[in-house]
Design a protein around this ligand. Sequence first.
Ligand SMILES: [Fe+2]
Length: 195
Amino acid sequence: MRIPDPDQIRALHEKHAPTAEAFAGVHTHCETVWSIAEQLLSSPRLAHVDAALVRAGCLLHDIGVYRLYGDDGRLDHANYVRHGLLGHELLAGEGFPEPLCRFCSHHTGVGLTRRDVETQRLPLPPADYLPVTAEERLVMYADKFHTKSRPTRFLTPADYAAFIGRYGEEKVTAFEALRAEFGDPDLDRLTPVLP
Ligand SMILES: [Fe+2]
């Protein structure tokens, strides 16, 4: 499988971003998520994880957010949870293979289940959207430590556990399993990527 490099992915963001502001917010966040994953990958115990694939996954995972901007330049917050699926569709339309498209559709929260879709009445086709590979899990996990909301900021593991706990204790358990698999990032060693 041919994995796009960061310059090619940046060009794809520029192609699909409706405004320079949207590009700055989404692309910068994607770069920050990669810097978190890259730091975690420096651990020898993650030597089996394909770093080039994780880099592409991090840089692509939120590209579907661009499809949520209306003609008025406003983000459709009510349908925000659809951004993963929209990103999958966007990449498939660009001819990307399924393993790359899946980074978009399988990174929300700590993995959406069919039950989540049904009980929370999410605007998604009922299905499981759980990451399967270590690369998919790492992209999803690294994303949890940085928020795009203004102002952008890093979240500690405790911050994220408190947030996801609102969706049930099993979500905290799933997050703890990811922490055990990938370790905690050292957020103080990360410099925020500036747009
Ligand atoms: Fe993200």
